[in-house]
Structure formats: C-alpha cells, structure tokens
Ligand binder design. Structure first.
Ligand SMILES: Cc1cc2nc3c(=O)[nH]c(=O)nc-3n(C[C@H](O)[C@H](O)[C@H](O)COP(=O)(O)OP(=O)(O)OC[C@H]3O[C@@H](n4cnc5c(N)ncnc54)[C@H](O)[C@@H]3O)c2cc1C
Length: 640
C-alpha cells in the first residue's frame, strides 16, 4: 500500500513539474531575451554620435537658419522600409562629407515623430525619403523649401554634384573660412608666395590637376579646408600644371613650399578618394592635423529605462506565444498615427485627397475599435471633414482633433505597440499596425453589414495608401498591385476580406528575407499551419510559396473573422482600460470559446491530457502488479 502511494506521489510530482516546465517555456515567466541595446543610442534611423546631424523640432531652425553653412537635410519616416534601406547610403554620404562640415552639413529629420509633424508639413514633403539642399543664406518663406536633390544617385556622383554646386554658389561672403574653390589662374600661379605672406600658418600649397569633367580638385579643396597648415588649389589648365612639374599622367599633384620648392606626386587612381588619401598621407607625415570645428549638436535621445526594457521583453514573449492574436494597442497606434501624424503632415488637403480622407474617416467612424469617447471624437472629426468641401490644412485638422480630444477624450487606451512590437530598432511598428487596422476594418464591414457597398473599406484603404501613407514606395507598389489584382471588381464584403489577405501575403512574399524584416517576426504566408491547420488543405513544404499553397479560403475567411472579432481582440499591454467598451471585457473573458485557444493554452491542454492518460495507465499497471504479488502468498498459505 505504501509503495502504491509513493509511486502515485512521484507521479503527481512529475505532472506538476511538467506543468511548471510548460508554463516556463510558454514565456510568461521567462521572457525571451530582447536584442542587446545598440551601443550608440539612436533617434529614428540615425545614431546620435554618428556623422548625420539629427534634427528635431527643438534644433531644426537653429541649425538650418543660424549656422552660416549649407545644409543637406533628409526628411524621412522611420517606418518606411525604403527609408530604412536608404539610411546606410545616407550615412556613407555623411561620412564622406564629414570633412566638409563647416561648409556643408549633412542632417536628417524623422517625420514620423509626432513632434516633427509641423516641420515636415511646413516644408511640404510629399515623398519619403526627400533630400533637400539649403544654401547658407536660406530664408524660410512660402514656396521656398529648399532644393530637391535626387538621393538615389551613386555616392561619387552625388559628392561630385554637391562640390560643383558649392563652387557655382561661391559662398565666400556667407560662410566664414570659405575656401577658394576657383581654379588657379596664371596670375595667381606667378604670385603663389602671397599665400605664405598673407597667412603665416601656411606651410605648403598643394596643387591638384583636375582634368575636364572631373571634380578631384574641388573635392580635395573641400576635404582639406580644415587643415590650417596648407592651402589646396586646383588647376584645370595642363600647361599651367606643367609649370609645377605636373604632367597629368605620372604626376597629378604637387606641393609648393614658401621657398618655391616644388615636389610632384603621383596618384594611384583617378578618384577623389585616391587623391585625398595621397594628400592626407603627405600631411600626416608632416605632423599636420585638421583644426577642430564648432560642432552642431544632434538632438538628444531620451534614455530608455531598464523597466522599459523588461516590459519590452515581456511583450515580445507574449506576442511570440500568441502569434495570431490581434491587439487593441496596435489598432489604436495605427489610428493615432493616422490622426496625429500622417494626415496633419499634409500641407493642404483638397480634391481627391480630401475625398480619400472623408472615406477613411467614414469607415473609421463606422468600424473603429475605440470606446464611446473615441466614437464621439471620430464622428465629430468625420463631420468636420465632410463639411469642408474645398481645402483643409493639415495643421487645422490637427487642431480640430486636439480640441475634440480635450473635450471628449482621452480616446486611446495605450500608447505603444504590442503585436507590432519590434525586437530590433525601428522595425515593424506603424506599418504592421496599419495592416492590422485594415484587416480589422474589412472584417467589421463584413460582420456588421452597415453599408451595401462591398468596396467601402477597400476604397478607403486604397485612397489612404495613395494619398497619405508616408511610405512612398509601399504606396506605389500597393497601387500597382491593386490594379493588377483588380481591386475594383471585388464582388462582396467577404471577398474584400480575402482580397486584402491575399494582397498582404503577396507583400509578405516579396519582403521575406528583406533587410527590413525583424528576425524574430519573419514574413510568412499567413496564417501559418500552426495558427490555422484547417486553412491549409495540404501541409506546405519548405519550398511552398504563394502560388503553391493550397488554401481553404472558407476556413481562412472564418479564421480572419474570428481573430478580428472585437470580442477576441487582446487587451494585453493596455494602460487605460476604462476608455474602452465594458461589454468587450466580458466577451474577452470568453475568448477561449470558439476554438481560439492561445498556443500556451493549447500546449497546457495537450500536456494535461497526456498526463491523465499516463496516470490512468500507471494506475492500471499498479493494480495488475498488486494481483501478481498476492498469488504466491496464497500458495504458501495453502500449503501450510
Ligand atoms: C499597404 C502597405 C503596403 C506596404 N508595402 C511595402 C513595400 O512595398 N515595401 C516594404 O518594404 N514595406 C511595405 N510595407 C510594410 C510591410 O508590409 C510590413 O508592414 C513591415 O515590413 C512590417 O512587417 P511585420 O513583420 O511587422 O508584419 P506585417 O506584414 O506588417 O503584418 C502585420 C501583422 O499582420 C498579420 N498578417 C500578416 N500577413 C497577413 C495576411 N496576409 N492577412 C492577415 N493578416 C496578416 C500578422 O499578424 C502580422 O504580424 C507595406 C505596408 C502596408 C500597410
């Protein structure tokens, strides 16, 4: 008897241990690690201590209008994949032009940050990324928002263009210490010693032969203008260059000292980098160094607290364990970004763009996921936009929203992403939440049958993406995909849900493995087999792709309707539950009904089920063992 109980006790202990293990591995207790915080803190896409000067509303005007230098400013949106891909190129440009910084500063501003919305609106940014050039005498006034620079040209071409622009502008009287960018004349050549008599610091003049269509001389001058011991000049005339022993072949540069001694040098390649490397070697061999420049301060990032980090890790863990859940926080973040950033960023909204805004707000006021106050604010905002038949200014729209929010709000229950959390700096976030909101809206339209128009939500989405979505390339791709996939032929609201699902999967396939992908959240053909086995008619293989997956579309439709059902929307991470509908709380508690178990729940259920079978099996075995042991005893007793 004692043996039986001890075996049972061990069994129970084993079951408890297994349950404990399952809970631990479910991630609720042990959050999965977040990627190590990057060594240099960033604002948006750029490091604070990097070569790109970071601008925000706090230092934009001071830097642009009061610094007496030319500026290159990139206006970007952190969430825009194309801006993310472009950032390394812009950093390389800033690195290359760093020695020019007293003359031309390379800077960037994140238009996705709410605080910078006004600046990006005022500077009439229509595409992202936009790079603008501002001359040192730039005056901020209507219609004068800098000159567009095509950022997508190759780095060497871009630096060459910029050097020519600076030479043509000749900002001698606008920028202190502006170098002489003109080519050396015969007269100057004859009186070269003037350089030494007017500036006793100068130890050498460096002459660079610059053939036609080349900017090696210009770029060398700009590169070394901070080196007070030397003056670099360019020579375009080969005959004049010959007088300094430069033949344009073997010898391309020459140094001249105060005594008039000339020493010619060769350069290995005809690139600005080869010229600057050769000259730099000469200068450092003499012990020369560049003088320091009064720096321009990048904006300061707010420090992330350790508390935030652990919350972040817990959120990642939650989402990884519940991959198909839709979160209230994300739906709100998308609406927040639309109302507080994307729409207010537009300078003037009129014509088709205004119609698109009216449609988006119309759909939002019918199907939004907000509480009663949110409903009132969206409703009033919709009416405000409907009543403006001609033009709305983005700033006026923002002011209207602020007033409504102050009167009726708060309308948002959280201010961070949950399902769209990122494990790496600046990935996922808004674009992820926007897809989530779009799917949510198509499903609500199909569920509620408020309108007879099967295209009401798709039309609103199409208009929003076309006119407001601050990811220019995404918008172009989406419009092309919409016409290829015949968006306007979608016959009913269920098909609208499926149209968006299929379109999103097409984008997922295109972006799978892309550098913008978050490694913890790889792009998949959604939903996965583990999230919805019944959605897949066949188990997909490793090589399955969008064309070969055999979907059960009815199952996909009901899966999408389930996960976007307001009763099943997760409130994980919500800070202010009170602004949401109370009735949804009740529905949420019943979330398990309807086959929507989380992965953790499913794992625990299977484990418990397995353990029960194990216990029953062992119990039967114990009873059998007991019977076996009794037999010999009877025989002994009988014999006696
Ligand atoms: C309209 C639009 C067009 C875009 N085009 C581009 C582009 O051309 N280039 C580019 O670099 N980036 C583009 N993006 C951004 C890109 O699609 C992702 O949003 C971004 O890379 C973040 O990806 P993610 O991993 O967070 O998941 P996302 O793709 O953003 O998905 C968000 C969530 O939706 C769910 N989901 C995924 N697939 C589906 C589906 N088929 N149906 C229903 N739910 C699904 C998942 O839970 C997922 O976590 C676009 C975004 C939008 C909104």
């Amino acid at each position: 008897m004692t043996t039986t109980w001890s075996v049972l006790a061990k069994l129970i202990a084993l079951v408890l241990a297994l349950i404990g293990l399952a809970v631990l591995t479910s991630g609720k207790v042990l959050p999965s690690p977040v990627s190590a915080p990057s060594e240099s803190p960033k604002i948006g896409l750029y490091e604070i201590d990097g070569k790109v000067t970071i601008l925000t509303v706090n230092n934009f005007n001071d830097t642009l209008l009061r610094q007496n230098r030319s500026m290159l400013v990139e206006f970007y949106n952190t969430f825009c994949g194309h801006c993310q891909r472009y950032a390394p190129h812009y950093k390389a440009l800033a690195e290359r032009l760093y020695p020019w910084r007293e003359i031309l500063l390379v800077a960037a501003i994140d238009c996705n940050a709410f605080e910078n919305t006004g600046i990006c609106r005022d500077y009439e940014i229509f595409a992202y990324p936009t790079v603008r050039y501002f001359s040192p005498d730039y005056v901020c006034k209507e219609g004068n928002w800098g000159q567009n620079i095509n950022p997508h040209v190759e780095l060497n071409e871009l630096t060459a263009n910029l050097s020519q622009r600076l030479a043509a502008e000749n900002n001698t009287d606008k920028i202190p210490n502006y170098p002489n960018l003109n080519s050396l004349t015969e007269n100057e050549a004859k009186t070269l010693n003037k350089v030494f008599t007017t500036d006793s610091n100068k130890k050498f003049v460096i002459l660079v032969y610059e053939p036609e269509n080349s900017t090696v001389g210009l770029e060398s001058i700009l590169h070394f203008h901070l080196w007070s011991d030397v003056q670099v000049r360019r020579i375009n005339d080969i005959n004049l260059a010959n007088t300094f022993q430069i033949d344009g072949g073997k010898h391309k540069i020459a140094t001249v000292d105060p005594q008039g001694n000339v020493v010619p040098y060769g350069v290995t390649e005809d690139t600005p980098q080869a010229y600057t490397a050769t000259i730099e070697n000469l200068l450092t061999a003499q012990g020369f160094t560049p003088r320091t420049v009064k720096g321009v301060k990048s904006a300061v990032a707010e420090a992330e607290s350790a508390n935030n980090e652990s919350e972040h890790a817990a959120t990642i863990s939650e989402v990884l364990n519940n991959k198909h859940l839709v979160y209230q926080a994300d739906l709100e973040m998308a609406i927040r970004q639309i109302l507080l950033n994307e729409v207010p960023k537009v300078h003037e909204i009129n014509g088709e763009q205004l119609l698109a805004l009216q449609r988006v707000l119309g759909v939002l006021q019918r199907y939004h996921p907000l509480g009663p106050e949110g409903k009132t604010v969206i409703q009033r905002l919709y009416e405000y936009v409907l009543n403006r038949n001609e033009t709305i200014n983005g700033a006026a729209f923002q002011a209207e929203f602020d007033t409504l929010n102050q009167t009726h709000g708060p309308i948002f229950s959280s201010n961070h992403f949950v399902g769209c959390v990122t494990s790496e700096h600046n990935k996922r976030g808004y674009t992820c939440s926007l897809w989530t909101l779009f799917h949510y809206l198509t499903v609500q339209a199909a569920r509620l049958e408020v309108s007879n128009d099967p295209l009401e939500v798709l039309t609103a989405i199409h208009g929003y993406v076309k006119y407001f979505f601050g990811c220019t390339h995404c918008s172009e791709h989406f419009q092309a995909m919409a016409s290829r996939r015949k968006i306007w032929n979608v016959p009913n609201k269920d098909e609208a849900v499926l149209w968006l699902w299929a379109a999103h999967n097409e984008v997922n396939e295109r972006l799978a493995g892309d550098e913008t992908e978050d490694p913890k959240f790889p792009k998949i053909q959604f939903p996965s087999v583990s999230s919805c086995p019944q959605c897949h008619k066949e188990q997909p293989s490793a090589s399955s792709n969008i064309a070969t997956i055999d979907w059960d579309k009815d199952a996909v439709l009901s899966f999408l309707k389930n996960i976007h059902n307001p009763g099943y929307i997760s409130r994980y991470g919500v800070d202010n539950d009170a602004v949401l509908h109370l009735s949804l709380d009740k529905l949420r508690q019943k979330r398990m009904i309807g086959g929507l178990f989380s992965e953790t729940d499913a794992r625990l259920t299977i484990l418990l089920y397995g353990c029960c079978i194990l216990i029953m099996g062992l119990a039967v075995r114990l009873v059998q063992m007991k019977k076996h042991r009794k037999k010999p005893n009877c025989e002994v007793l009988g014999k006696a």
